[in-house]
Design a protein around this ligand. Sequence first.
Ligand code: CA2
Length: 142
Amino acid sequence: MKRYLLLNGPNLNRLGQREPDVYGSETLTDIEQSLTELVESYGCKLASHQSNHEGKLIDWIHEAEGNYDGIIFNPGAYTHTSIALRDAISSVSVPVIEVHISNVYKRESFRHTSLLAPVCFGQVVGLGSKGYKLAALAFLQE
Ligand code: CA2
């Protein structure tokens, strides 16, 4: 059975609490539930973690090696800053799809650069919470 890992980075535990115009009204729990349903409908399994700490995200990426078939990852603002997360993604053979709820290219210029995208399998940007499902489908329909 194929197994997938959903990772969410800093502040994504605040989804649904503020800025619904930018990030929508769904909570992270809502997103986790609907993604679990989708993945299970394909006979696969999903595990999910969120952390506001870079090192924890790095540990989960390392632990994914040999245990998961793909990672759906919204790295939050670490996208734009973290060489350490980029190195972690490079250090494993598990494919990673980077997801952003908002269209980062329509926003401040500091959000236009992803240090992670060059080492990711793909990227989904600006499609709201549906982006997580589209990333999952890219793995599920492989
Ligand atoms: O669009 C995305 O998914 C982001 O990864 C979200 C990050 C942001 O730093 C990235 O540039 C793009 C922010 C995380 C969510 O922050 C919240 C702020 C207020 C209310 C709810 C969430």
